[in-house]
Structure formats: C-alpha cells, structure tokens
Design a protein around this ligand. Structure first.
Ligand SMILES: [Zn+2]
Length: 344
C-alpha cells in the first residue's frame, strides 16, 4: 500500500510500504477515506534527524473498517469510523476515568512502532476502545468537521476544559493554528463571555472571529501581555488555552493569567520548565493540560457537529491526495495553509 514516510527534517516521501494487516485479535484494519496533516507533524518536519528511524506519519483519520480481529465486538466490516490520535483499550482504570491518552495498554499513531494514517490503510490496535462509528454516510458534507474529532477539536476542547472555561468568564487562546481555532470554538461552546485570540495571520484571525473570538491581539511578548490585560479589565484572564508549546507562549500564558486562573496546555512543550515559578505561586495559578483524551469527548462534541452548531471543519483550507502530501507539509510549515485534508 502507499503511505507517507518521513525520513528526516523536510524529507517526506510517498512510498510503497508493507500492507496494514490484522496482527492481533483486538485489531481492526481501516481503509482511510480522510486523513490530515497536524501541526504537531511539523515538529519532526522541522527537526527529525537523519539517524532517527523513519516513520509512517498521520494520527487523524476517518475510514471504513475492512476487517476485524476475532475479539473485536463494537465495530465490524463496513462501518465508517473515526480514529482518535491515541489508541486505548477502553477498560483500564485511566480509560474508565476518561483519560484514554494515559491508557495502560495504549499508545499513539504515526511513530516508528505504530504506523500512521496518512496512508491507504491503517492497522488500529485495541479497536473496541479506540474506534467510534459515525452515524453518517461516507460522502456526508460534514466529513471535514467530523475528521476534527480525531484530534484538533478534542484538543481545543481539552485546553478549554483544563483551563476551566465557564459561562461568563474571560478567556485567552494562544495560537492561531487549527488547535487554537478549535479552542475558540470550545470556549464559545462553553459560553465564555470574552475570547481573546493571540495570533498574527489574517486568514486565521478572520476564521477565529467567525468562530467566536471577541478580540484579537497580534503583538508579541510584553506588548501582547499589556494588550490582553487592557482588554480584560486590567488583571488578566480567567482561562488561558496554550496551543503552541514554545517557551515564549507558556511565558505569555503565565503573564496574562489573573490570580486564581487556570492554564490549559495542549501545545506539546518544547521547553524544559514552566517559567515564573514565584508569580505562578503567588497568583495561585493552576497549570493543567496534556495530550487530549479525544476519545472521551466524542459523545459530547459529535452532536454539535451533526446539528451544525459548530463547524470545525472550516480549519481545512486545502485538500490533497497522497501524492500531494509532501507539498501539504511544506504549505503548512510555510503558513500557506492552516490545515491540509488528505484523501488517499
Ligand atoms: Zn485504557
């Protein structure tokens, strides 16, 4: 089968790889109908070293189940399913508590051990706990929005949940990538009163305003902090959704948080320590977040997509086939595209 293989920074190729097959009795084999390129795929695209093992990329997908192992009970051949970016058994203590990304038997797609979904097909371990059947046809116009349930919508929602967004609160969203934009959707859904987006790209800002952002701050560093404080009444915001993962973004998050605020981190941290230990302490800040249990949020988020309340699929502004994937990486890395949808 054909798949997207990353060999090193900037080196993404479409190649023939061994067919995905059922290896364990709990596996499903899924033919991928929609996949996408994630902002987090851009980290290895920037810094994967040539000596590191190559990997079949992709951790977000919708597809049709082609076959299941002997022990799979909840999905069957022919089902249209969404695949969260982490696989999980659905039965361990963490899964039972809605933290499937900590599953005792789980893991993530798209690394040297578990091939990913930017491919014609993908092997899904622990299919019963992982896959979620969708109640629509394969050609449904909602497909781009449904695809965001794999990762970016669940991740934006996780940022909002861990930042404790409540009705009537003030929220800042750091980052105007697809996750930040979904963070705006999530904050609005949870009825925040003010949603300040920190971002700099005009197309993304326009979309954020459509999604519910009330204010936009395009300054950086100290100026951004001052501007957010001004906009939110002087002291900072109740909730910060940190959707970038750099040292600068976490520093800004800490500085724009008002006393008692919570920060939800969903940008994979590319820093070693949370800055400003003393201000964080004296402001009684809660710093939470981590890999989103996208699987846990499906029941809550799916109905809002089906009835049109939210349209997270608008984050996709380019569609490619497998041959177009390498240029899709380039386009997202160059900020030419917000998020690229892949139809293998
Ligand atoms: Zn589990």
């Amino acid at each position: 089968m054909r798949a997207t293989v990353m060999y090193g920074a900037g080196d993404v190729r479409i190649e023939n790889v061994p067919d995905a097959i059922i290896e364990d009795t709990t596996d499903a084999l899924v033919r991928v109908t929609q996949a996408c390129i994630c902002g987090s795929d851009l980290w290895p695209y920037k810094d994967l070293q040539p000596g590191e093992p190559a990997r079949v990329m992709g951790h977000e997908a919708i597809g049709i189940v082609e076959a299941v192992g002997a022990d799979v009970r909840t999905v069957k051949a022919g089902d249209l399913v969404v695949m969260p970016f982490a696989f999980s058994d659905g039965t361990c203590d963490y899964c039972q508590h809605g933290l499937q990304t900590a599953c005792s038997h789980g893991g993530f797609f798209g690394n040297p051990e578990v091939p990913g979904a930017q491919a014609e097909a993908v092997r899904v371990p622990l299919a019963d706990g992982t896959l979620y059947p969708l109640p629509v046809g394969v050609d449904d116009t909602l497909m781009p929005s449904l695809l965001t349930l794999s990762d970016v919508l669940g991740t934006g929602h996780h940022a909002a949940m861990t930042a404790r967004v409540r009705p009537g609160t003030t929220v800042a969203v750091i980052g105007d990538g697809a996750v930040g934009l979904c963070g705006v959707i999530a904050a609005k859904r949870l009825r925040a009163e003010q949603i300040i987006l920190l971002g700099r790209h005009h197309d993304r800002i326009a979309l954020a305003r459509d999604f519910g952002a009330t204010d936009v701050v395009s300054e950086r560093g100290d100026e951004a902090v001052e501007r957010v404080k001004e906009l939110s009444g002087g002291d900072g915001v109740h909730s910060v959704l940190e959707c970038v993962g750099t040292e600068q973004s976490i520093l800004t998050a800490v500085e724009i948080a008002r006393p008692g605020a919570a920060i939800g981190r969903v940008g994979v941290p590319h820093y070693n320590a949370i800055p400003q230990a003393q201000p964080t302490f004296y402001k009684n800040l809660t710093v939470g977040g981590g890999p989103a249990p996208a699987r846990a949020y499906l029941d809550e988020l799916l109905p809002d997509i089906l009835d049109g309340t939210i349209e997270p699929g608008r984050v996709f502004d380019r569609t490619v086939d497998l041959d177009g994937v390498p240029d899709g990486y380039r386009a997202m890395n160059d900020r030419e595209a917000i998020k690229v949808l892949v139809k293998p």
